[in-house]
Design a protein around this ligand. Structure first.
Ligand code: SF4
Length: 454
């Protein structure tokens, strides 16, 4: 089963190749295993490869693919991850011309859809759910006789999370799943009409954010405007809470909420929920930083940068192999001894998934001389798998699976451990439980998911 977590971008009007390239670099945190750009200029041109954006796409490529419309993708995956066939944008020749797709999310019923398409005569070159979407879209567009009706028909069959950037010949669309699980927004950069997984793309490239896509919305990007092809009525949502907790950049707005604010407010509430007497609040960089600022503000305990991050090593959580995760951890973080030595430290982080990373960090802090280590975590314990686009598949891997907080504390080697409450998380995001996906915290999902026997 492919497990993906990615970032997408689309741009139409003017010269888009540099916008696509730099936009992908802005959302590089969403995927570091491969990157790609597809542009349309009389015909489809695709450049993609393994690694970070600047490794996958050379400066010469960027110049060569000068065009006024295109889409891009950064990818993280675990299964078939190193397979170049799985790199996106994926392309196919279909009834309405060359078609390119960039997908962020995960399709829960991809196996059934694949079998259906397979028995209808389609062959597949990858095991990726993104290829299933691409084939399904092609079939539906052909049978519906027009592109937008075909997209709508495909959406009726897709169960799961999907934010899509889609080029069909000279036309460009972005699509958000019917529960708006994964983020997707539109904005302008100069005269260029754009869409991206995160609003920070528009900020960083001197443009302006326009709005988030609504649940189930299809937006066409043209030279002159955004054209919405769906009814804008009130629809239920199930935004992934983990975007605010961990994945999105703090300077992005996700569905109307600045990620930095959500994390800071969680930290403020966490200080009231689980106070502790200590010398310093130390964030685990980078996602613990805003939480630590909030915790420090509310508690009055000074905040210090006690862990120095090596910025040139990839994020540990999204390394696909456990061995890689552990070895890169030792390279990426170093404690500042004068902050730690003889002190009582509150270590603040966004979440704990498997616990290996946190156990190592607690060990590093103790080795640097900390007298006490108190852990404060910015979301409730993760106890159930994610089927909707985040690589948290096996509940047995989770430190909180079958363990209470005291057992987790002992395993991690901390003096105290406290998680943010569900009330804290919901209040900080500013949305109710019926507007969010909280599946990995509660075991209750917004769509039917496979039975993992738990
Ligand atoms: S299960 Fe968790 S990580 Fe997955 S979409 Fe839902 S909230 Fe996000």
């Amino acid at each position: 089963m492919p497990r993906e977590y990615c970032g997408i971008i689309a741009a139409v009007g003017g010269e888009v190749n540099h916008i696509l390239y730099n936009g992908l670099r802005t959302i590089q945190h969403r995927g570091q295993e491969s990157a790609g750009i597809a542009v349309f200029k009389d015909r489809m041109l695709v450049r993609k490869g393994s690694g970070l954006v600047h490794e996958a796409i050379s400066p010469l490529d960027v110049i060569e693919i000068s065009a006024n419309r295109g889409i891009g993708h950064v990818r993280y995956s675990t299964l078939g991850g190193q397979d170049s066939e799985c790199q996106q944008p994926m392309t196919v020749r279909a009834r309405f011309g060359e078609t390119a797709l960039a997908h962020n999310g995960e399709i829960v019923n991809s196996t059934e859809l694949r079998e259906k398409l397979f028995s209808g005569g389609w062959g597949f070159v990858t095991d990726s759910d993104s290829e299933v979407i691409l084939r399904l879209l092609s079939v539906k567009m052909a049978s519906a006789g027009d592109i937008v009706s075909g997209i709508r028909e495909a959406m009726k069959e897709l169960v799961g999370s999907y934010s899509l950037a889609l080029m069909v010949g000279p036309r460009t669309f972005v699509v958000r799943d019917t529960l708006a699980i994964r983020p997707l927004c539109i904005g302008r950069i100069g005269d260029v009409h754009c869409a991206a997984s995160e609003s920070v793309v528009f900020d960083s490239l001197g443009g302006e954010f326009v709005r988030d896509l609504l649940p189930g919305e299809i937006v066409e990007l043209t030279d002159r405007c955004f054209v919405t092809h769906s009814q804008l009525c009130e629809m239920p949502t199930a935004h992934c809470m983990f975007e605010w907790v961990y994945f999105a950049r703090p300077d992005s707005y996700v569905d109307g909420k600045l990620v930095y604010d959500v994390r800071r407010k969680t930290g403020i509430r966490l200080a009231a929920e689980s106070p502790v007497d200590a010398d310093f609040i130390v964030p685990v960089p980078d996602s613990g930083r805003a939480l630590a600022i909030g915790y420090s503000e509310a508690s009055g305990i000074p905040h210090a940068e006690g862990l120095i991050k090596n910025r040139y090593v990839q994020r540990t959580f999204i390394m696909p192999d456990q061995k890689d995760r552990v070895s890169s951890m030792a390279l990426k973080m170093n404690p500042l001894k004068p902050v730690m030595d003889g002190k009582s430290i509150v270590l603040v982080d966004d979440s704990i998934v498997r616990g290996n990373t946190m156990k190592q960090i607690v060990g590093l802090v103790r080795k640097a001389g900390a007298r006490e280590v108190h852990l404060r975590i910015g979301c409730p314990p993760i106890v159930s798998p994610c089927y909707l686009g985040i690589d948290m598949k096996n509940r047995e891997d989770f430190i909180a699976h079958g363990r209470d907080v005291e057992a987790i504390r002992k395993y991690l080697g901390a003096d105290t451990l406290a998680y943010a409450s569900m009330d804290n998380l919901l209040a900080s995001i500013g949305r109710g439980p019926d507007e969010l996906c909280l599946g990995c915290l509660t075991g209750k999902y917004p769509v039917p998911v496979p039975d993992d026997g738990a």
